[in-house]
Design a protein around this ligand. Structure first.
Ligand code: ZN
Ligand code: ZN
Ligand code: ZN
Length: 300
């Protein structure tokens, strides 16, 4: 639900400090002795909207977005349900059980983000990402290794007996490449994945801020990290890693909407805008490169 700007009537979402239409500050001084409603917490500021729970007037500083994007006052917003995720209960559950239950919850009940605690330490969030990535990259490296180690003997076995393979020098390298790939994937894959999660969350946070989200970066990082849970499916050979990116994006929309208590539209923009833009950039760069190669080839 959005509230009209007092200057230009452009709708703004609860939590915004300035109007997205005209850019004016929404923190308006109340006219002393005036008839306009004032904020229940700040009597010197004008009340721009009413809380959909308790009905009190709230200024732009006190307006918050509820789970469905409805306007809430600060007090009702603080009474919001704050259910810890299993990942927050590692001391009680043990790390592995907490991890497993969080995976199941994110994969199968992403709607539960709207009831979930938003606060979480950055390193706890990134630890969750690391645990998702470790087994997936291990299996991915293993598949490459088995493939590259097995190929030479397979090719020798498949070669017709009257014409054995003449040049096997290239094939002899393949098992070593396989071992190299395995070591690379297992050692460097997970840390690179964690770093990419951090950068992705930072970029998404910029988009979410433009959408009027006021909660701090660690909430975005927590949402982004927990929504990486589908990458744990990478342990399922061949299928897991193909399904994971799309499932993670869906989970991320739920996570942003739930943990930031924002609208579906803002959550969609936060989760999809950066991946789409980078796709276009990479795609554009790729097209440019092709064009460059073809135009050079045509000149000859
Ligand atoms: Zn305006
Ligand atoms: Zn209220
Ligand atoms: Zn106020």
């Amino acid at each position: 639900m959005s509230i009209p700007c007092p200057y230009c009537q452009h709708p703004f979402s609860p939590g915004a400090q300035s109007c997205p239409g005209c850019g004016a500050s929404l923190l308006l001084e109340a006219v002393p002795g005036g008839t306009q409603p004032v904020c229940a917490v700040h009597p010197t500021l004008r009340g721009l909207g009413t809380c959909s729970r308790c009905g009190t007037f709230a200024c732009a500083r006190c307006l918050r977005a509820g789970p469905q994007g409805e306007a809430l006052c600060v007090r009702c917003h603080q009474l919001e349900p704050d259910a810890p995720m299993p990942w927050d209960q590692r001391e009680e559950l043990g790390t592995m059980r907490a991890f497993w239950r969080t995976l199941v919850q994110v994969l199968l009940r992403p709607g539960s983000f709207s009831q979930a605690r938003a606060e979480g330490r950055k390193r706890d969030s990134l630890l969750f990402v690391l645990l998702c990535a470790l087994p997936a990259f291990f299996v991915m490296g293993l598949i490459y290794m088995v493939f590259l180690v097995g190929t030479p003997s397979l090719m020798e076995a498949l070669a017709p007996p009257d014409r054995p393979l003449e040049d096997t020098s290239g094939l002899e390298m393949m098992p070593w490449m396989g071992v190299g790939m395995f070591v690379f994937f297992t050692l460097f894959g997970p840390p690179i994945f964690v770093a990419m999660t951090f950068v992705g969350a930072a970029l998404d946070h910029l988009v979410l801020r433009m959408g009027g989200v006021t909660r701090p970066f660690h909430v975005t990082l927590r949402a982004h990290s927990l929504s990486q849970a589908p990458w744990a499916l990478g342990v399922v050979p061949f299928i897991g890693a193909q399904v994971a990116p799309f499932w993670a994006l869906v989970a991320r929309v739920f996570a942003y909407r739930g943990l930031h208590r924002t609208t579906t539209g803002t959550a969609l923009a936060g989760a999809l805008l950066v991946p789409l833009a980078s796709c276009c950039l990479c795609g554009g760069g790729y097209m440019g490169l092709l064009f460059f190669i073809f135009s050079r080839a045509a000149q000859k």
